[in-house]
Design a protein around this ligand. Structure first.
Ligand code: ARG
Length: 444
């Protein structure tokens, strides 16, 4: 088997199989980023005199060709090739000859996989943010549209006080605005260049790390080479924490949907083709989409814990355990964006029932309103509370259905614009442009 590091002795096949594991599959996620890293690294090598102009031209052309193959889906990591870094270097050497063997100067696969991860995670966080933004906008649109449609509010799952669909949708929008703060923190941690840390202790070549930082569109670098290597696992954990925050929002939204769709509530409905049937009960319209979403998002909330378990008490420097982070994180990232997009799809078809609270079963929901009316006419709160309580017990209570909620964030004053402004303020702090432009320039 061909290895970048092969000298004389092959590893036993079972050792090879066990250590490579799922890495060949996971590394496909990193292929695009790996080429970007090499495009920047080789330009830097040439600028500090470690690669000739002729070699640079050859490897740049070869790498861009590989990039196009990756983009068009025509790329795989061959049986017997250890990882994406080896595959790309072998392919390059095949097409451009000796020059291909020069791209690894001043670099180790340790900082290569680090920079790949940063680029990959940075892009995936960007995709997640775009999905979150679409979902946020949909929730706000629904909140506005149904601002006057009342629904019961619950505490202890007991009927409590009047709520509205405007308030319900708006709550999830505002929750996403806070999740976006977490994604911003994660994006900024991803947006730092570890390239040049080599095996974790730098290089005696005069590498220009500021140059690769600029070429790759990173905001800044992970300066300390030991810390750059310590970032493996830490960056993943922070991304996972942000993802888990979004997942928690989605999971609750999913549960509400299951509950409100139940016939005993019947607050919302979906077109039949968005629900699923039962093999035995002909009447069923089950909320399977929301149940799968609840399950997936609950699993996603375990992600930071898994990463912590994998990285706790590792000795300083690179350890092969770190490779397993990819298997935990990469499929989870797909699962999250898939769920966000699915929530958007479902909500685009939600039907909201009007007049729910006219049903006398919800009369007591207005008890606080009656108490408050008494208070406004001069009765002390505690007395009014007691009087209404006794009326309820004596079966003499009559609800007042005119509501007077005016304060910020209440059913009568949703502050939709204020919440959108908060969301947009955080959104504006992601510097996606720098990354997108730099990557486009590298492959041009
Ligand atoms: N597949 C490895 C990983 O993901 C590549 C990094 C360097 N490998 C090594 N044996 N030093 O961690």
């Amino acid at each position: 088997m061909s290895k970048l590091w092969q000298k004389n002795i092959d590893s036993a096949p079972c050792v090879e199989r066990y250590t490579v594991g799922a890495d060949r599959k996971m590394d496909l996620y990193l292929a695009r980023a790996d080429v970007l890293g090499s495009l920047a690294h080789t330009r830097m090598l040439a600028s500090v005199g470690l690669m000739s102009q002729d070699d640079l031209e050859l490897v740049q052309r070869g790498l861009k060709e590989i990039y196009r193959r990756i983009e068009s889906g025509d790329f795989e990591i061959a049986e017997g090739v250890e990882d994406v870094h080896s595959q790309i270097e072998f392919m390059l050497t095949e097409t451009v000859g000796e020059a291909g063997k020069k791209i690894h100067s001043g670099r180790s696969r340790n900082d290569q996989v680090l920079v790949d991860l940063k680029l990959f995670l940075r892009e995936r966080v960007r995709q997640t943010v775009l999905s979150v933004e679409r979902l946020f906008n949909k929730l706000q649109e629904l909140s506005r549209q149904h601002r006057d449609v009342l629904m019961p509010g619950y505490t202890h799952l007991q009927i409590a006080m009047p709520s509205s669909f405007g308030l319900w949708f708006g709550a999830y929008a505002e929750s996403l605005a806070d999740d976006l703060e977490m994604l911003l923190a994660a994006y900024r941690v991803c947006d730092k260049n570890p390239l040049g840390s080599a095996a974790g202790y730098g290089s005696s070549f005069p590498l220009d790390r500021t140059m690769t930082t600029r070429l790759l569109g990173f905001e800044t670098l992970n300066y300390n080479v030991v810390y750059a290597q310590m970032g493996r696992g830490k960056c993943e954990r922070i991304v996972a924490q942000a993802m888990s925050s979004v997942a928690a929002t989605l999971s609750r939204l999913a549960f509400d949907n299951c509950l409100f769709l139940s016939q005993n509530f019947g607050f919302i409905s979906y077109p039949a083709d968005l629900t699923t049937g039962s093999s035995i009960m002909p009447h069923k319209k089950n909320p399977d989409v929301w149940e799968i979403m609840r399950g997936k998002c609950n699993l996603l909330q375990a992600l930071p814990g898994q990463i912590v378990s994998l990285t706790t008490n590792l000795p300083l420097g690179y350890n092969r355990d770190l490779q397993l982070l990819k298997e935990v994180l990469f499929p989870a990232m797909e699962s999250l964006t898939e769920s966000i997009d699915m929530a958007l799809f479902m909500l685009s078809h939600i039907e909201v029932r009007r007049g729910i609270t006219d049903n006398p079963m919800y009369d007591y929901m207005f008890s606080v309103e009656v108490v408050n009316n008494e208070v406004l006419s001069g009765v002390p709160f505690r007395e009014a509370y007691r009087k209404v309580g006794l009326d309820i017990e004596a079966g003499k209570f009559s609800p007042s259905r005119t509501l007077h909620h005016t304060h910020e964030g209440s059913i009568g004053n949703l502050c939709t614009d204020e919440i959108t402004a908060r969301f947009n303020e955080v959104l504006a702090r992601f510097d996606f442009d720098r990354a997108v432009k730099a990557e486009a320039e590298l492959v041009r």
